[in-house]
Write a protein of this length. Structure first.
Length: 122
């Protein structure tokens, strides 16, 4: 049972590291270079196959501009206006054509309405 919890925890940390890297707009190769690590090491860490030391976590957090506690999934996974995921979404949205952005906004509105218990459009 204990090893299952450790595996789940490592998978969560790996997922957050991968998410933070993407939010920072960096490739695994760029991260490896910046942290003076081998790219396969980054791949193994993000796959949850390699443990991450406290020193490495601190370096990742500094590079990605997130807290170590967020990387460790100790803080709530809630969206706030300074949430890096919203900043990533904004960057991606800025690349859309105006018509595509309008379509996406309508889709988001319909998703929000259906989640609020409103009627689902048939």
């Amino acid at each position: 049972m204990m090893s299952e919890q450790k595996d789940a925890r490592r998978a969560e940390v790996a997922s957050r590291l991968r998410e933070a890297r993407k939010m920072a707009g960096l490739s695994q190769g760029q991260v490896a270079k910046l942290l003076e690590m081998h790219r396969p090491t980054i791949t193994e860490i993000e796959a949850g196959n390699r443990r991450v030391s406290a020193e490495e976590l601190t370096r990742f957090a500094e590079l990605y501009d997130v807290t170590v506690s967020w990387l460790l999934a100790e803080t709530a996974d809630q969206l706030t206006t300074d949430d890096p995921r919203l900043q990533l979404a904004a960057r991606e949205l800025s690349k859309l054509k105006p018509d595509d952005l309008d379509r996406l906004l309508r889709l988001l509105a319909s998703m929000r309405n259906s989640n609020d218990g409103g009627e689902n459009p048939a």
